[in-house]
Design a protein around this ligand. Structure first.
Ligand SMILES: [Mg+2]
Length: 512
């Protein structure tokens, strides 16, 4: 390898200005020469290219490039993209400034209460048809213990945990063992036998909430209800009230169509529907018979698509980018048209989250929705000359955290009959650029764990966790609970406890 300035002895010497097209052998005019000098200066950067062939007989010539090798994507890239940071927070339309609708207060009833009744069966625990639930004595005893230790109970109800999932509780489908233990503690395996409120807040996407919580319940071997679960597109159900006909992009097969249906969107179109209508929309797409059979084509030249919702990672960047660009440039979302003014008739676009990378089984993190969006923004600006305005949900957006408050409050009502947000909320995450920066800005206590994305030293430099860095989720949760409930708090329920006889010593002395 060598740098460009070392190759000037080959055919296209850099000292020679470029010549005009065929038939004009004169060097270009002065102004051309000046701009050529600028181009040459740009080329003489440190870019490395393969060593030129040497000798008389090789079959290539090297023609100096006119275009700078320095990509100009940077100026197309809008802020709050790759790595939002406390240090360099720049203002953009999406930087906690634009309005992101979230569902009002309580969650929709059709989503609610779906996992809990099945949990025992799902966990493989014995059930007794027609008989009362197992462990009535424990509930009874716990209630008595809680009567005695009312101060601790008050503190336990005045704290809540918000868990990121990947890199904190699980790695993909693989359990992080401390994650299971933490949920046992919060579900009542503690000295008070009390449920400590906790919800799950993930930038994951692409499946209906119920499917995801059922899968999580199995992996974590603890009940996870949809009522305590937020994934990146969950708050976007609010948008169903704003738009009738929408294009939904991303995810496996038609799963995101299912998600959108469940959210109450009335008229949902996915890219496959459009390709089935007119395959020339996506010239490079290989469309299978099965995809054709399951698509829902209609005459899209007569349909106005009102908004674009990117719910999950695109499985086919070329097709999805093409269709999105077509729609953004169209007149009010009518395919086959091109608006004269790119802005006034442009339909809005929403993304469910902005993470640039995501960790997978592959050793190097893979590109995620943020990468797709930045590519789209650059293409859109190149084509139209104007910046794309867009809305991004997910951590670290304020809307997502506000929605988390709603979910915490309604979960508090379900488990303790008090619809309110506890004063001491602890966010536990592995990604400083989403979990921690968002939690910090929202005024939560933030705990960074070392089981996921964060691989740094004492704390993250850009977005330090304000409550500390912990080896794993168990250490973080125990430290937080000890702070709120006392250093001597025991992370174990003891069935032998007798609160009446040994109330004052229930944590240390149990009857046989
Ligand atoms: Mg994570």
């Amino acid at each position: 390898m060598t740098t460009f300035q070392n190759t000037e002895k080959t055919n296209g010497s850099l000292d020679t200005p470029p010549r005009s097209p065929v038939g004009d052998d004169k060097p270009r005019t002065h102004s051309h020469k000046e701009s050529w000098n600028q181009i040459r200066a740009a080329l003489e950067s440190t870019i490395t290219i393969p060593t030129s062939p040497t000798g008389e007989s090789h079959n290539t010539i090297e023609v100096p490039a006119i275009r700078s090798p320095v990509a100009d994507a940077d100026k197309f890239r809008l802020s709050l993209s790759a790595a939002p940071s406390m240090k360099e927070r720049r203002v953009s339309r999406n930087s906690f400034g634009a309005a992101l609708p979230i569902p009002r207060s309580k969650r929709q009833s059709r989503l609610s209460n779906v996992t809990l009744p099945d949990t025992q069966a799902a966990l493989g625990q014995p059930t007794r048809p027609g008989m009362p639930p197992i462990q009535p004595t424990r509930e009874f005893l716990a209630a008595r213990v809680q009567d005695v230790f009312s101060d601790k109970v008050k503190a336990a109800k005045n704290m809540a945990f918000v868990f990121d999932i990947d890199g904190v509780l699980v790695h993909g489908d693989r359990l992080i063992p401390e994650g299971k233990r933490v949920l046992e503690i919060l579900n009542g395996d503690n000295e008070l036998g009390i449920k400590i409120p906790h919800i799950f807040l993930t930038n994951g996407s692409g499946k209906p909430e119920l499917a995801r919580t059922q899968q999580l319940s199995k992996i974590l071997q603890n009940p996870v209800s949809t009522d305590q679960f937020i994934q990146s597109h969950t708050p976007m159900r609010a948008l169903a009230e704003y738009y009738g006909t929408v294009l939904v992009v991303g995810g496996e097969g038609y799963r995101c169509r299912e998600v959108a249906e469940e959210y109450g969107f009335k008229d949902i179109i996915v890219p496959n529907d459009i390709i089935a209508w007119d395959p020339s929309v996506a010239p490079y797409r290989v469309f299978t018979e099965e995809e054709r059979a399951t698509a829902r084509p209609r005459d899209f030249s007569k349909v106005n698509i009102e908004a674009i919702m990117v719910f999950s990672d695109s499985r086919d960047y070329a097709t999805d980018l093409q269709i999105i660009i077509d729609l953004l440039r169209s007149k009010n979302g009518r395919l086959g048209t091109v608006a004269e003014d790119p802005v006034s008739e442009r339909i809005p676009i929403y993304f469910s989250q902005g993470d640039f990378l995501c960790p997978t089984e592959h050793p190097i993190p893979r590109m995620s929705q943020g990468a797709f969006r930045i590519g789209l923004e650059a293409m859109y600006k190149s084509l139209t000359g104007v910046d794309l305005e867009r809305v991004v949900y997910g951590k670290p957006e304020l809307a997502t955290y506000k929605y988390a408050d709603e979910v915490i409050a309604s979960w508090m009502e379900q488990i303790h009959g008090e619809e309110r947000v506890p004063a001491n909320v602890y966010m536990i995450g592995d990604n400083p650029a989403s979990d921690i920066v968002g939690g910090n800005m929202y005024g939560w206590n933030t705990c960074l764990v070392r089981t996921g994305v964060f691989q740094g030293g004492e704390n993250d430099e850009e977005n330090p966790a304000n409550f500390g860095v912990f080896k794993n989720v168990l250490e973080a949760v125990q430290t937080a609970i000890r702070k709120e409930l006392g250093e001597d708090f025991r992370f174990e329920w003891d069935d032998r406890v007798n609160p009446v006889l040994h109330g004052e010593a229930a944590t240390s002395s149990a009857i046989e």
